[in-house]
Design a protein around this ligand. Structure first.
Ligand code: 26Q
Length: 745
């Protein structure tokens, strides 16, 4: 028996509250994990990210240590239900897909025995905690360390000074073990020193609408990038001496979006200023060291820094950015690129540095996160760069870790799979495709599992939200960051239309359904906040209407996070993935639902395309405009008002924003949303995201799903087929591809 379990047997529980027990048990597990931390091999891959959305560590780590079941049993014998630790909050050091992807990648690399180390920021407060008051989002500080932080180890011996023009901050590393076949670490730096210095690691995504805020964000990016680069160089010099031609042989760095791109300049700075490497040599070295992943094509999310801003606090970095820009421009001129083409690829233009263009120029590999997204990078966002460096561009379709998203989130479904094909599928890189020929005979068992997961989800929602969902309701879920391109507003309109049809008895065979939303809006994103309020107004109307609430309910869950997601993905029937075609780089929630046996109701966007390639269009529900349609509509001029004119149902739903049906509490949110659809807002044309264009097809598709679900067997077979064919979306597969094609580890 292992040391952990022996100690756990001996642990005194009498009179201790959940928090005390949580800390004591975690400390025991940590001792196990710490003892197993692997030695870094010569060649190591580093993952730099401003977000790591690891969620709750407790259950996951016990599972990874192979003691979760035994722990539950031993605690039960002592009269403690292992579920009491659910009151301890998640570490929400991330916002959404990009941060959760980083966490899934670390998990997979450890499981596969690959040396991948994460570097980021140990925010004092993670993403805000959300409450819904009167239908509005309220933001509260996320004091995630309130109950302690038993899962990280502070390394005082490895502090590093990070120098800005105006002050210096100390970067103190905290290591979080990532447990698997190897035990790797996620190293998060905390800023210490003066009060000003400590602000650097206070908040994730501080408001950047002021100059002050922008500077703080830039400091954050430099802070952790420089701490990481300082460490890499120091370790290299210790092992190999002051020679750097071999630096790329031992180090490969993945930049998770543009946020850590400043690491490129910092490595050049270190090499040239502290080790007398020439600038051209240093550029050669960084070119072989860095790789860049793009996660979005939305212009507002592509980072640019004004030279003046950079110069103010990081003059050396500003100089290095400029030197790289000049080098690139000369190169392009020499080979005859036109002024227009050079502009498109420019690292420095109009006194602004483009982090994306810098990354593309320097990186050995540039990757998109789903096949369609990578095509769009090649065809539009980076088309000129693609022509110059076609060999750089790669696709790496995202994935999710089956350990958290299937084994931990859904032990019932995992047991069903075990029963059908044995437990071998649980191994890293193994798949569960052998389930496919068995789905027809297993549909009833699967149906029972889904009902059980629904029951658990409904109980949780009743407790947390006070909203009761009757048994057997069909569950449609849309859970993700709140953004106009993700079109939660389109789902809101669709629900309203269905509500009106039900009121008029026009849907005689409608099967009882609930729509579950979960989403946080960026605090300054007012239209997104308006959408939250609108959904909650609809929820009040629908849930309070005795004439329909036996058939339709709506719930917006508060503080959607990783732990909530684990419950929602397991308990849902239909996964809503309805972004405007071309705008969702990949999506990873779509994969979590698929793996748990939900059908996808979605547009041909991001990884949805590959989901239906693998699981079949006949087992999913695809609707709406394709990328080509959206492009053609933009070309020909799209007029949502004509569609509203034509379609009274749409008109009624959309008008509900402004005709007095609902109240936005005098905020003006609803009028603003209405205007954005009908006259345009923030330099966009009316209905920039084609909500009204896709609405009809969406409602029809939702109703078709509702009808199809009446045939329990065939619907359950569709769902379980999705589970059976979901192995491609395991991040074990994704990480093996990065390891093989990019990192060469
Ligand atoms: C940019 C500039 C200034 C301030 C903030 C930002 C910023 C912050 C966060 C830009 C983007 C993000 C986060 C992006 C994100 O989560 N993207 C998602 O990444 C997933 C993993 O690849 C994809 O599956 C999703 O499609 C993509 O939306």
């Amino acid at each position: 028996m292992n040391g952990f379990l022996e100690e756990l047997e001996r642990l005194e529980v009498a009179g201790k509250d959940a928090v005390t027990l949580y800390n004591e048990i975690s400390a025991l597990a940590m001792r196990e994990a710490e003892g197993k931390i692997s030695r870094r091999p010569e060649r190591t891959a580093y993952y730099l990210s401003v977000e790591f959305l690891i969620g709750r560590s407790f259950y996951n780590n016990l599972m990874e240590l192979g003691v979760l079941g035994e722990t539950a049993r031993i605690l039960a014998n002592k009269g403690v239900d292992i579920n009491v630790f659910e009151e301890i909050e998640d570490a929400a050091l991330g916002n959404g897909g990009l941060g959760r992807l980083a966490a899934c990648f670390l998990d997979s690399a450890a499981a596969l025995g690959l040396p991948l180390y994460g570097y980021g920021i140990r925010y004092r407060y993670g993403l805000f905690k959300q409450e819904i008051k009167d239908g509005f989002q309220v933001e509260l500080p996320d004091d995630w360390q309130k109950y302690g932080d038993p899962w990280s180890i502070r390394r005082d011996g490895e502090k590093r000074e990070i120098v800005f023009a105006d002050y210096t901050a100390t970067a103190v590393p905290y290591d979080i073990p990532i447990i698997g076949k190897r035990v790797n670490t996620l190293r998060l730096f905390q800023a210490e020193g003066s009060a000003e210095a400590e602000k650097i690691s206070e908040y994730l995504y501080p408001a950047d609408d002021t100059e002050e805020g922008k500077l703080l964000r830039l400091r954050q990016e430099y802070f952790f990038s420089a701490a990481a680069m300082g460490e890499l160089v120091e370790r290299h010099v210790k092992r190999y001496g002051r020679t750097f031609e071999n630096f790329p042989k031992y180090n490969t760095v993945q930049l998770n979006d543009t946020h850590p791109v400043i690491a490129i300049a910092e490595l050049i700075r270190l090499l040239t200023k502290e080790y007398n490497v020439t600038f051209p040599k240093a550029v050669q070295i960084v070119k072989q060291t860095f790789n860049y992943t793009n996660h979005t094509i939305l212009p507002e999310a592509l980072e640019c820094w004004r030279e003046e801003l950079v110069r103010k606090i990081l003059p050396d970095i500003a100089d290095i950015f400029l030197k790289i820009a000049v080098m690139q421009e000369n190169e392009l001129k020499t080979i005859g690129y036109s002024a227009e083409e050079i502009d498109e690829m420019a690292i420095y233009r109009n006194e602004v540095f483009s982090m994306a263009n810098l990354a593309v120029y320097i990186a050995t590999a540039v990757n998109g996160v789903a096949a369609l997204h990578t095509d769009i990078l090649k065809r539009s966002l980076f088309r000129t760069a693609y022509r110059k460096f076609p060999q750089k561009f790669q696709n790496k379709t995202n994935g999710i870790t089956k350990r958290r998203w299937l084994m931990l989130a859904n032990p019932e479904l995992s047991a069903l799979i075990d029963g059908a094909i044995g437990t071998g599928w649980r191994e890293a890189r193994a798949d569960h495709g052998k389930l496919l020929p068995r789905v027809k005979e297993l549909w009833e068992a699967f149906y029972e599992v889904k009902e059980e997961k629904k029951k658990q989800l409904f109980a949780y929602i009743a407790e947390k939200e006070g909203v009761v969902i009757p048994e057997h309701f069909l569950v449609f879920a849309q859970v993700k960051r709140l953004h106009e391109y993700k079109r939660q507003l389109m789902t809101a309109f669709a629900i309203l239309e269905i509500y009106y049809l039900l009121k008029e008895n026009k849907l005689p065979d409608f099967r009882p359904s609930v729509f579950v939303f979960g989403a946080k809006s960026a605090p300054a994103y007012l239209r997104a906040k308006g959408i939250i309020k609108f959904i909650n107004e609809i929820a009040d109307l629908v849930n309070g209407d005795e004439a329909v609430n036996g058939l339709l309910r709506v719930v917006f869950v508060q503080n959607y996070n990783v732990s909530y997601a684990e419950k929602i993905v397991a308990g849902s029937d239909v996964s809503l993935q309805v972004s405007t075609a071309g705008l969702e780089a990949s999506g990873t929630g779509n994969m979590k639902f698929m793996m748990n046996g939900a059908v996808t109701c979605g547009t041909m966007d991001g990884a949805n395309v590959e989901i239906v390639e693998h699981a079949g269009e006949e087992n999913n529900y695809i609707f709406g405009a394709r990328v080509e349609d959206v492009e053609a509509l933009k070309e020909s001029g799209y007029d949502p008002n004509a569609l509203l004119e034509e379609n009274p149902l749409h008109r009624r739903a959309v008008s509900a924003l402004v005709d007095g049906t609902f109240s936005d509490g005098g905020t003006g949110y609803f009028k603003e949303l209405y205007d954005s659809l009908t006259v345009g807002a923030s330099w966009h044309k009316p209905d920039h995201y084609f909500v009204i264009y896709d609405l009809k097809d969406y409602v029809d598709t939702l109703l078709r799903i509702n009808r199809d679900s009446a045939d329990k067997a065939s619907f359950a077979i569709k769902q379980l087929t999705n589970t059976a064919l979901s192995s491609y979306f395991s991040s074990d597969r994704t990480i093996l591809e990065y390891a093989r094609d990019i990192w060469e580890i």
